[in-house]
Design a protein around this ligand. Structure first.
Ligand SMILES: [Ca+2]
Ligand SMILES: [Ca+2]
Length: 185
């Protein structure tokens, strides 16, 4: 059975799932009424918490990391449906050894112009699955509400002492994706 994390919780992938190297990060959300275009992105950072290089910012216009480890599978424009709305594939064995964090955030496309916020969404989650079997090993349902936020860091994969852990973050900002670019780029 998959482990359900609460905000602030973590799951040790290396210890609990030692054979799991090809990870599917599934991200989902559901619009309360009208279609909403949300975009997943990943900041792959080194020890100083900065992107290893600009190309380690993975999003719909830069789908694959330079080390070949991390692949965004494409842009979902509506959010409709219970399945993963956007997905990131990560091969942990291929992650550049200088990278210690993969920070996974979801932002709302043209949020300010369209006056969209996470308050218009429900059932947001991040889950970790085995790519091959599709088995879900850990899941974080974002139970907090984000009425004014336009970007939310759902979670992150963090490496320390050669162990990868999945952390349930659930932190939002009203300043959009740029607020995270300002921190990590
Ligand atoms: Ca959905
Ligand atoms: Ca999208």
């Amino acid at each position: 059975m998959a482990i359900n994390l609460k905000k602030g919780g973590s799951f040790n992938l290396t210890k609990e799932e030692p054979k799991l190297k090809k990870v599917l990060i599934g991200l989902g959300w559901e619009p309360s009424t009208n279609a909403l275009d949300l975009d997943a992105s990943v900041f792959m950072t080194g020890k100083n918490l900065k992107l290893l290089s600009d190309n380690y910012f993975i999003f719909y216009n830069n789908l694959k990391s330079p080390d070949g480890s991390t692949q965004h599978t494409g842009d979902n424009r509506t959010g409709y449906g219970d399945d993963d709305d956007e997905m990131i594939l990560v091969n942990l064995d291929l992650v550049n050894p200088d990278i210690t964090q993969l920070i996974v955030a979801v932002s709302i496309h043209e949020a300010d112009a369209r006056k969209h916020t996470f308050g218009l969404l429900k059932d947001a989650y991040m889950r970790i699955c085995d790519v091959d079997s599709k088995r879900e090993v850990a899941r974080f349902d974002l139970d907090a509400s984000y009425p004014h936020d336009t970007v939310v860091t759902f979670g992150k994969l963090e490496k320390s002492n050669n162990e990868w852990k999945f952390h349930a973050v659930g932190e939002g900002s009203t300043q959009g994706l740029q607020s995270l670019v300002d921190i990590y780029a």
